[in-house]
Design a binder for this molecule. Structure first.
Ligand code: GUN
Length: 292
């Protein structure tokens, strides 16, 4: 059996077309605006932020990039975020991670207004996610994964899921989102014993550990849904995920490619979140993603 490819590129394109369509019909003086804060010159972050800014403009959002040198002080960053919080023309704020070591990331993420927190990383918004209260915005990568499963009508309820990687950006929030959709989720990490055994029992596997080749075909239940969040650059220059794609695709029922799987979905969710925050700030009601 060869797995069906979960095409994030195609799915995200449809979502972005819908967002662009919605934006074109908005009767507003100022378009929704996304402000991105980029500190330092991390090559991967440069690429990600440039891509986000480009797509924002393409679909008709207003966007602004706020760059700071690696040496920026925490105080200066906090002050700048407070300016953005108070700028009524800015609807959504993104702080690209990782931040330099000298900066206390938690303090920075806490400074972003929860109402403008397009990544859903503010403790209040992550707390709402934990409680099952729809926050103004959900973390983009996990939300994109749920959207991709929904687009392919893959059932979540009652299924067994294994999440590998416990980051605040992906592992923890996707565990909560799958739980709210009534999956039974095991959150695994680098110290998990018998990882293969747990993964083998899962109907849905989310690999988000940042380790190329971590998930091998032997650990995949035949027909399982395999979501690869990893983005790893091999010494050869090749971009690969955490899943050994070639062997796993012969056993899985569905699999996301890298690139072209979760990555484009993350960007689409960022755009959807920007519009969502804009509408929320205007007092419009939002429809949910947590519970369907
Ligand atoms: N760095 C890696 N993933 C993300 C993300 O989803 N949002 C932000 N802001 N930074 C990231």
């Amino acid at each position: 059996m060869t797995a069906q490819i979960l095409d994030g590129k195609e799915t995200s394109k449809k979502l972005l077309d819908a967002v662009a369509e919605e934006l074109s019909t908005l009767q507003v003086v100022n378009r929704p605006k996304l402000a991105a804060v980029l500190v330092g010159e991390n090559p991967a972050s440069e690429i990600y932020v440039a891509r986000k800014m480009k797509i924002a403009e393409q679909i008709g959002l207003d966007s602004e990039l706020h760059r700071f040198p690696e040496t920026v002080s925490q105080h200066e960053l906090v002050e700048h975020l407070e300016l953005l919080n108070n700028d009524t023309l800015v609807n959504a704020i993104l702080v690209q991670l990782p931040l330099p070591k000298a900066i206390h990331s938690e303090t920075i993420l806490e400074t972003v207004s929860p109402q403008k927190d397009v990544d859903g990383f503010h403790p209040m918004n992550l707390g709402k996610l934990l409680l099952g209260i729809e926050p103004p915005a959900l973390p983009c990568t996990p939300a994109g994964i749920i959207q991709l499963l929904d687009a392919y009508k893959i059932p979540i309820e009652g299924k067994r899921a294994a999440v590998v990687g416990r980051s605040n950006i992906v592992g923890k929030p996707i565990t909560l989102m799958l739980t709210h959709r009534n999956a039974t989720v095991t959150l695994c990490h680098s110290l998990t014993q018998n990882l293969d055994e747990i993964v083998l029992s899962a109907d849905i596997v989310v690999a988000a550990a940042g380790q190329p080749g971590l998930i091998r075909a032997e650990a995949i239940k035949p027909g399982a849904v395999v979501i690869d969040v990893g983005i790893n650059r091999l010494p050869t220059g090749k971009l690969v995920g955490d899943v050994d794609f070639e062997s796993v695709k012969e056993r899985a029922g569905y699999i996301t490619p890298v690139p072209g799987g979760v990555g484009p979905m993350t960007i689409a969710m960022l755009m959807m979140n920007t519009v969502r925050l804009f509408k929320n700030q205007q007092g419009q009601s939002l429809h949910g993603l947590l519970f369907v």
